[in-house]
Design a protein around this ligand. Sequence first.
Ligand SMILES: [Zn+2]
Ligand SMILES: [Zn+2]
Length: 176
Amino acid sequence: MTEIKLAPINFSNPDLIDKIIPELKKFLSLPINVAQLKLDSSFAYSIERGQYYSTKILQHLLPFSESSDGKFIALVEVDLYIPVFTYVFGEAQLNGKVSLVSLCRLHEEFYSGNSNEKLLIERTIKEILHELGHNFGLIHCKDWDCVMHSSLGIEEVDIKGIDYCRSCKSLIALPK
Ligand SMILES: [Zn+2]
Ligand SMILES: [Zn+2]
């Protein structure tokens, strides 16, 4: 059975992972395991942008996924970008095994200065399920109730649904 391996990288708040996992399990009936990872991401840092190049980190993580049949999701706290965008919430290999999600811009503090852990967890679940959907071969969905809707800004993350729509669900045939 496909296993989901969640890998927080240089994470400052391990308690958050413990809170994310039971929420994630409501939407995924796959085994979820945690692999703590230490990684010096400086190779992906852009001095001009003050951000980390998402694709470079993703490529660096590929070897970690080779030992299992499952999906490998890395969670980082640094701000990610790809050259055509100001920032990205995450990136995934389409039909692949590895994805990357940044919590940096999922924190409500980033926008309003007020912390909101419940909202942070909800946004993180959405972004994990979204990138995972790409790993399972899903492309962006037009249904706003679907977690595979694209989100360029945080408002769109908040507006879209937290689960896969019926059509996306049928395409990935997740056991739930
Ligand atoms: Zn996407
Ligand atoms: Zn959908």
